[in-house]
Write a protein that binds this ligand. Structure first.
Ligand SMILES: [Fe+2]
Length: 449
């Protein structure tokens, strides 16, 4: 379901604000609507053979193994807006009515799913995409023209196995390819293996690929093994390419293994790692404690320098930046801050604060790390869908607002918070009370018209 808040200014300068929601009318949603009941067997979690049977039933009945959930992100390209999850094509949405228009396959040239995090190249307006697939080709990169009408480039990177990679980066000249050992595929269930399996002893690498390059022209850099879903930004700095993301060691998908105490599992994976604690288990403790991280890839020497850039005692994820700086050096990033305790109690991600990261400002107490500011929510309030909106005529990178949905579990009231990014810790500039609850979701977005 899409939840939209519209801001319109009248000729008299008064704001008119309205709220609307609507289900994405995906092919599978339409199918279930006609039956007036859920019809797909949930097949992403469970015992391996049961999952396989679920997939087969879904394929036989509907021609698709899982639903088109369209629930991960909403993005804009060439003035058009699309709802996306990475297991299906994006669905184009009429942003005024929230009506679903059609799947977007770039005039038939792209027939497999693509990432929930496509990146627009600031200088050209082109959109860089990638698609992962359990079948070959396992990883494709594409470049869509700035008018959204043509697929300018499509290349198979020749991955030997399917990896569940969530994000891609761009710099002015390069596409930045994340590769980590989070394997996935339904055929795995026939060997009694889970559909998703992160190999914590596996190998990770980052590829630097010329924008219109191919598998052979990628320069690969080995990095410490990780399983990081989200990037802040990437940019070139003389001989180096700098990649910043929120690094985790484990994967949140598929969640706790069967036959374990879920609450204990969540508590341990979301807590900061303490290698000296009693009973420390490196495959469990702190593996989802995500922290901002920097990889510096030296194109001349081939050497990678990497490390955490904050030393905060809270987990941060869902990074956003001022997108006018995508692919070029930027000074600020914003993340949602995990409430580890609330999350561990429910197994549902809950975010109690928003962080503003000052990439170029050292922390006052420890100059090795960068400075971080927080916007704290009240007790029992949680946010989702955080987004940075640049002011139209802004001068500085942080001239703008951080906007988010906030739900208060005490009062059951949902609001939109608009926070001035330059006065980040202060009370929000505006709090807009919504007529109904907006559930916690994944990524949000904002579009000027
Ligand atoms: Fe994401």
């Amino acid at each position: 379901m899409l939840h939209a808040v519209y801001f319109k200014k009248s000729n008299l300068g008064e704001w008119c604000i309205s709220y609307m929601n609507k289900y994405v009318n995906s092919e599978t949603f339409e199918l279930e609507s006609k039956k007036n009941q859920p019809a797909f067997i949930p097949a992403a979690d469970g015992q391996p053979y049961a999952m396989f049977v679920g997939f087969v039933f879904n394929m036989l009945r509907f021609g698709k193994p899982v639903k088109d959930s369209a629930n991960t992100n909403i993005f804009e390209h060439a003035g058009r807006v699309f709802a996306i999850a990475e297991n299906h094509l994006p669905y184009e949405i009429n942003i005024d009515s929230l009506e679903t228009l059609r799947p977007y396959n770039i005039n038939g040239d792209w027939e497999q799913p693509f990432t929930s995090h496509p990146k627009k190249v600031c200088s050209s307006g082109e959109l860089v995409i990638m698609g992962i697939n359990p079948q070959k080709p396992h990883y494709l990169v594409g470049v869509i023209s700035s008018d959204g009408q043509r697929l300018l480039h499509k290349v198979d990177l020749g991955f030997e196995e399917a990896k569940f990679i969530h994000d891609i980066g761009v710099t002015t000249k390069y596409n930045i390819i994340m590769d980590y050992p989070l394997r996935f595929g339904i055929s795995r269930t026939l060997q009694q293996k889970p559909i998703f399996d992160n190999d914590m002893n596996g190998k990770s690498r980052i590829g630097v690929m010329p924008r219109f390059g191919d598998a052979e022209s990628i320069r690969w850099f080995d990095v410490e093994n990780h399983c990081s879903y989200h990037l802040f930004n990437c940019f070139e700095d003389e001989n180096e390419v700098i990649v910043r993301g929120c690094r985790t060691l484990g994967s949140v998908i598929p969640g706790p293994p069967h036959n374990v105490d879920n609450l204990n599992w969540y508590k341990r994976v979301f807590s900061p790692q303490d290698k000296n604690s009693e009973g420390f288990d490196p495959s469990l403790d702190g593996i989802l404690f995500s922290r901002p991280y920097e990889w510096r890839l030296n194109l001349e020497s081939g050497i990678t320098c990497e490390g955490y850039i904050t030393n905060e005692d809270v987990a941060m994820d869902f990074p956003v930046i001022n997108e006018n700086f995508t692919g070029i050096r930027n000074k600020y990033g914003y993340t949602q801050v995990v409430d580890s305790i609330a999350t561990s109690k429910t197994g549902l991600f809950k975010y109690k604060m928003i962080a503003k990261l000052h990439f170029e400002e050292p922390d006052k107490e420890n100059k090795k790390f960068i400075s971080v500011e927080y916007h704290t929510l009240q007790d029992r309030q949680f946010c989702s869908g955080v987004k940075f909106i640049p002011k139209k005529n802004g001068r500085d990178e942080d001239d703008g607002w951080v906007i988010t949905y906030v739900h208060d579990e005490g009062t059951n009231i949902s609001q939109v918070y608009i926070i001035d990014a330059k006065r980040f810790s202060d009370e929000p500039t505006a709090k807009i009370t919504l007529p109904q609850r907006v559930p916690y979701g994944f990524h949000g977005n904002f579009f000027y018209k």
